[in-house]
Write a protein that binds this ligand. Structure first.
Ligand code: SF4
Length: 301
C-alpha cells in the first residue's frame, strides 16, 4: 500500500481479513450498508450547505431537505443492503432528514465560524517511509481564532481523544500551521451534541508514534485472519469470506430461526463482541466480553 488512512487502520483492527480483501486484494464490496449510504448523503448535504454559507447564500430548511433528496437519489441504491429487520430504506431516508433538520436548527443557522476546508483530502508523511491520508469533513476558524477540526457522525461515537482519527488529522494541520490552536470536535448528529476538546502540538508527538507503530505492524504482518463478529452482517465480503459469523451463515442459508435484531442487541454496539452479565460494586449490569479493551456497559438486555 502507498499510503494508510484511519479507515484502513480501523478496518484491520476490526477484521484483518476484510482489510486484506479491501486494501491488498482490492476486491470490490458486494454491497454497502444503508447506514453508510445515509451517512454519505448527509455528509454531501452538509458540505453543500456550508459552501452556500461561504457564498453568503441564506438557506431555509426546505433547501437542505431538497438537496439531501437530490444526493440520496443520485447515489447507487441498487448496491445498498438493509441489514436490520423491520427497517426500510425509507426509514433511513427519514432518519437522515431528521438529523439534518435538527443540525440546521441547532447549529448551522447560528454558526459564525469560517469554513477553511470542506471534505478536504490530505496526505503527508508520518516518517520517511509512511504516508498517511484522510478526508476531513470540516476545518473552520472559530470567532476566537481557534482552528476546529470537525467530523460529522451519523452513528455511534466515542470521545475524540479515544480514537486516532481526529488527532491524526490535527497532525496534518500542524504540518503547515506552526502556532495554531486546535480543537477537535465530534458532531454527534444523532444525540444532538458536540464534543469538543483542545489539542496541542505536544499531544501530537504521541499520536504520531502510535500511528507509526500501528501502521508498521500492518505493513509487516502476513496474518490476515478472519475476526468474525456480528459486524459480519454489514461486511460487503461476507459471501466470499470463509469464516463469517454464524449470523451470516444462517442468513445465507435462509434459516429463519435467526433474528438479527435479537442477536444485534446481544452484541456490543462498540466492538461487536458478545455482551455478558456482570456484577460490580454498584450492582448488576451488562458489559462487553472484550473488557478491559472495550468498556461498553448498559443496564439491561
Ligand atoms: S465476513 Fe466477517 S470475518 Fe469475514 S471478512 Fe467480513 S468482517 Fe471479516
Amino acid at each position: 500500500m502507498d499510503s494508510y488512512s484511519f479507515s484502513a487502520i480501523s478496518s484491520f483492527k476490526t477484521c484483518p481479513k476484510s482489510f486484506e480483501y479491501k486494501y491488498i486484494k482490492k476486491i470490490q464490496e458486494a454491497f454497502f450498508s444503508i447506514e453508510s449510504y445515509m451517512g454519505i448523503s448527509v455528509h454531501e448535504t452538509l458540505k453543500w450547505a456550508y459552501e452556500q454559507k461561504q457564498k453568503n447564500i441564506e438557506l431555509q430548511i426546505d433547501d437542505i431537505n431538497n438537496q439531501y433528496k437530490y444526493f440520496w437519489d443520485k447515489g447507487s441504491l441498487s448496491k445498498v443492503k438493509v441489514i436490520k429487520i423491520n427497517n426500510s430504506i425509507e426509514d433511513y431516508f427519514n432518519q437522515g432528514l431528521e438529523l439534518l433538520t435538527s443540525y440546521f436548527q441547532r447549529v448551522f443557522c447560528s454558526d459564525k465560524s469560517e469554513s477553511l476546508y470542506l471534505e478536504h483530502k490530505f496526505e503527508f508523511f508520518l516518517d520517511k517511509h509512511i504516508k498517511y491520508r484522510g478526508v476531513i469533513d470540516r476545518v473552520s476558524k472559530t470567532q476566537d481564532k481557534v482552528i476546529r477540526i470537525t467530523d460529522f457522525k451519523t452513528g455511534k461515537i466515542s470521545h475524540p481523544l479515544k480514537t486516532l482519527q481526529l488527532p491524526s488529522y490535527a497532525l496534518y494541520i500542524f504540518e503547515n500551521n506552526l502556532d495554531t490552536k486546535i480543537e477537535l470536535s465530534f458532531e454527534d448528529l444523532k444525540e444532538k451534541r458536540e464534543i469538543i476538546v483542545p489539542f496541542c502540538r505536544e499531544d501530537g508527538k504521541e499520536i504520531r508514534s502510535n500511528l507509526i507503530e500501528e501502521i508498521t505492524h500492518i505493513k509487516d504482518t502476513n496474518d490476515f485472519r478472519a475476526q468474525p463478529s456480528i459486524l459480519c452482517m454489514w461486511c460487503g465480503y461476507n459471501k466470499i469470506c470463509e469464516n463469517p459469523h454464524d449470523s451470516v451463515k444462517s442468513t445465507l442459508e435462509n434459516k429463519n430461526f435467526f433474528s438479527l435484531e435479537d442477536e444485534y442487541e446481544k452484541c456490543c454496539p462498540k466492538c461487536g463482541e458478545v455482551l455478558v452479565k456482570r456484577e460490580g460494586k454498584f450492582g448488576k449490569f451488562i458489559g462487553c466480553k472484550n473488557y478491559p479493551e472495550c468498556k461498553y456497559t448498559r443496564k439491561e438486555w
